[in-house]
Design a protein around this ligand. Sequence first.
Ligand code: HEC
Length: 103
Amino acid sequence: MKKTLLVALGLAFASAGALAAPEDALNKAACMACHTKDKKLVGPSFKDIATKYKGQDVNAKLFDKVRKGGSGSFGPIPMSPNPPEKISDADLKEVIAWILKQG
Ligand code: HEC
């Protein structure tokens, strides 16, 4: 019983630690060279992205877009491709879910 509680507490701490992870990954992958949380830079702010897609199931679409890069959603300026060497599948998934919550 006690052991189960400890394991549960451990998991709770582990996921609390993961809260900072998306921002870490965004910095490491240099997404922040073109994006900020709430101001347009080269790319749209995360707030604008979240607002644009509010209530839509776009995680897979945005995952693909960030990997391959491209333009057309927010204007003519293209995003450069972001290969797995820059950001892992797991990190990119987490980062996109986080971005979509910034609206
Ligand atoms: C060289 C600059 C640049 C970098 C680096 C960059 N982006 Fe972008 N990003 C853009 C631009 C420009 C757009 C707008 C593209 C468009 O209008 O379709 C964009 C759009 C997006 C979108 C919305 C896509 C859509 O179709 O609505 C997401 C999500 C995103 N970026 C996430 C990321 C993440 C995550 C990273 C890091 C792995 C990253 N970006 C790195 C410039 C960049």
